[in-house]
Design a protein around this ligand. Structure first.
Ligand code: HEC
Ligand code: HEC
Ligand code: HEC
Ligand code: HEC
Length: 152
């Protein structure tokens, strides 16, 4: 009986920890989920940022690429490809096909529910960009003037 109680207790704790971890996991939701509360940023992003059409840039070249080459493009030209809750395919995850808000601000599910600034990445630095804007790709990526370019 005692052993059963210990077992049950351990299970309870495990379930609680697992539940909290699941509830707090930030996953990608796509830029549209930001529109209601940040209509200005959203409108600017869609209108002026090339990221908002980054899927088109690779789609037009797809026929000239091998599958492996194409998959590499997805890492930078979509939102969250290869990461939990990120882009899978145009039909399965249409809202994540372009590089959206979350490539810079991180997965937005928690913040889009809470509106709490602590649930989203801000105070961005050059590291937020260099995964995609790396030296191979860009001759001179001058962070300061470019910080707001390409955003909103
Ligand atoms: C339910 C409304 C709501 C939604 C949806 C929402 N936000 Fe917010 N967001 C807020 C509020 C409220 C603030 C804090 C006040 C402010 O700075 O406007 C905020 C602040 C921010 C900030 C600034 C944080 C800071 O302190 O500098 C960023 C960045 C941000 N949101 C990004 C996003 C992104 C990206 C999405 C979509 C994934 C999103 N938000 C969706 C309500 C929302
Ligand atoms: C997930 C990859 C990724 C990250 C992270 C990223 N970018 Fe980009 N960015 C791109 C892609 C892809 C393009 C080109 C889109 C196209 O033309 O198809 C681009 C284009 C741009 C441009 C060109 C001008 C324009 O109108 O869009 C600027 C400027 C830019 N990004 C700035 C930034 C800055 C600053 C950061 C960090 C705060 C950043 N980017 C983070 C992928 C990324
Ligand atoms: C490591 C991240 C990364 C990968 C991988 C990547 N790109 Fe890009 N791509 C970028 C960035 C960043 C830009 C914007 C460069 C700039 O404006 O300085 C860009 C720009 C472009 C542009 C120019 C769009 C324009 O309007 O001028 C095209 C086309 C493009 N990429 C196609 C591709 C294709 C096709 C692949 C796969 C073979 C690919 N990219 C892989 C990051 C990447
Ligand atoms: C290229 C990277 C990038 C993208 C894409 C991007 N942002 Fe930002 N965002 C920034 C930077 C840089 C700041 C300046 C403050 C900081 O470091 O967070 C910022 C600031 C903000 C703020 C705080 C208020 C302000 O304007 O300073 C909000 C809200 C916000 N972004 C929402 C969004 C939303 C919504 C989207 C998509 C529609 C988006 N961002 C896309 C880089 C980006």
């Amino acid at each position: 009986m005692k052993r059963f109680m210990v077992c049950a207790f351990v299970c309870c704790v495990w379930l609680m920890v697992a539940g909290v971890t699941l509830a707090e996991e930030r996953v990608y939701v796509g830029s549209k989920a930001c529109e209601d509360c940040h209509d200005k940023e959203y409108a600017n992003h869609v209108k002026f940022s090339k990221k908002a059409s980054s899927f088109e840039s690779i789609r037009v070249m797809r026929s000239k690429l091998t599958a492996a080459e194409y998959n590499e493009c997805l890492e930078c030209h979509t939102t969250g490809y290869g990461k939990p809750g990120g882009f899978v395919s145009e039909s399965q995850t249409p809202d994540l096909k372009n590089a959206g808000c979350e490539v810079c601000h991180g997965p937005g599910s928690l913040h889009a529910e809470s509106g709490d600034p602590d649930d989203i990445d801000h105070d961005l630095t050059v590291e937020s960009c260099s995964t995609c804007h790396n030296a191979d790709r860009v001759q001179a990526f001058d962070y300061k003037p470019l910080l707001f370019g390409g955003a909103h």
